[in-house]
Design a protein around this ligand. Sequence first.
Ligand code: SF4
Length: 236
Amino acid sequence: MDKLDALEDVIATRFDSIVREEAAVLLRPGMTFELTQLKRQLEQSIVRLAEVLAHSNLTVADVEKDVETEWRAGKLSGRLDVLLYAEDGRKIVLDLKWGRKAYKGRLEQGLATQLAVYVAALRGATAGVLPHAAFFSLSRGEILATREVQFSGVAATAGPAIQETLARLERTVERIEAILMAGRVPVTGVKGALPLLRMLGVDEAEDSAYLRRTPGDACEDCSYGSLCGRSWETLP
Ligand code: SF4
């Protein structure tokens, strides 16, 4: 049995036990198509990932690894889905996502702040070689990474380097901290609000050095709409 056959056997066994433990709804009558489809998708994705890692000489160092580090006046903590080691000692985080389009868009627009935070969390512990981070789309079996690290057979996604996204994030956070310390809370998601960077006093010519969110983007994950007025400004 070669390594790929062995991997497929492991995937099949693990998949069956995970479905029993975490997704038993897929075992109900009438769900055979969904179950088969999901199993095939995951098998293909994991085999593809294993091939890319092997051809790129990358080793899996850890999975679901908790990290915590000092950042500015506080702490960053989180859990890395997959931590890889490259031959030159570089650490690379793979963040597993189901979809693809939204994460590719974040990389292209320099808004992959989650990956930037992972890089910040690892950089203190990495002597000499800067860490890197990328997405892996489980539904497509595709690594989404900017150009700093070459994965074998994977075309780089356009967009600024993750290190650059981190630098923009840190500049933006510094401005936000300053405005909050002055007792002002920028509200960008209501009608007629100025873009965040204008509120922070950034000159338009310097926008590219900061994170450029579209007004209202942040509101998707925010539950304070009733506090800022966004939730009730559309009421008759
Ligand atoms: S909904 Fe949240 S993120 Fe959006 S403007 Fe209001 S407070 Fe800010």
